[in-house]
Design a protein around this ligand. Sequence first.
Ligand code: ZN
Length: 415
Amino acid sequence: MQVSHSFIIDNISELITMAPLQKEQRFTRIVADDLGIIKDAWLEIADGKVAACGSGQPPGQKLGIPRIDAARQIVFPGFIDAHCHPIFAGNRAGEFAQKLAGKTYQQIAAAGGGIQSTVRATRNASTSELLELTQTRLQRFLRHGVTTVEAKSGYGLGLDHELRLLQVLRDAAQSTPQEISVTCLALHAVPFDAASKDQFIDQITNELLPEVKRKGLADWVDAFVETGYFTPADCDKYFTKAKDLGLGIRIHADEFLDSGAAAAAANWQAASADHLQMTSDEGAAAMAAAGVVAILLPGTSLYSKIPYTNAARFKAAGCPIAVATDFNPGSCVLDNISLAATLAAVHCGLSGSEALAAVTWVAARSLRLEHRKGALVPGFDADFSLFALGSADEWIADLGRTLPSAVYRRGNRAD
Ligand SMILES: [Zn+2]
């Protein structure tokens, strides 16, 4: 349903604005008051932006504006999933069975499974098939109230294969109601058909990245900096080139072992370092000093039977903390951002308020969108969802069971 240029949603039980954090441009030390909750609220939208909000009845001069009755529901800023892998073909349910039988991620990969098995299936899929699969997955994110998605390539691996996936992600962005921030994850693994690791990295760095920039196919570049995949030294040329081209940096860091990836992320001035189970206190301190957002991905710990990231380490260091799903075919098939937030609260050690900020305001910061997303304040994009829950406390306690009754992006019904 499209709505008129200007309208008011009223009779809201709680409107979560994040206004104090937005006002102070603060991403750390988050407490309940920082959520900027307005009780018995109304929210005015004009031309796709938040125009005004308040408590009680909207002022008299707004009487002529169309109304939508929220029926005492809660309104959240549109959720932002800042780490996911939605473009691939095939599935790896068989590997999940192997994990249940005690095999590790590394053992499965060594036997030809893992990322390489998805690369094979993805390369064999047609472009139209990949577009349809991606659109279907993005719709599932939307059903959970996610209005902005960071989407990574990484299952093509190789010049033409990655270019094709990035183009499909850009095409998907045109046909989905969500905003898509595209990441070129060209260093996800060394593909099975590469002559050597060094030659592969050289080709990606010298040929792929300039082409990605020239065609405007990605906003970010990413690498799987992990023992057995890429070391910080392997990535130096790649990230230096990305920076020279004006592409932002995100990093898969220290998921299985501390490979120094967190400190490297700080050196490269990455926007985010993600996973971080094995990061040292020194790595966390370096990230904090460089303003790198720590993105926690607790769904992967649940699904892959690996440790959860200890949020206390990053809070103590002063890192901004976001939470995302890490939706992907192998290590985490979770597409429910609210469940990811509750997992981060229970297992990583976030408060409910921190978890909510982690999927809105801080997630926006990790994508450099905090000037227009992640909060509901005048001038910001009118991205929001209505949930039949009485309070933010009910949301974090709900384990992601409740789906929003309506999702809006830039003032239009998106669901
Ligand atoms: Zn990932």
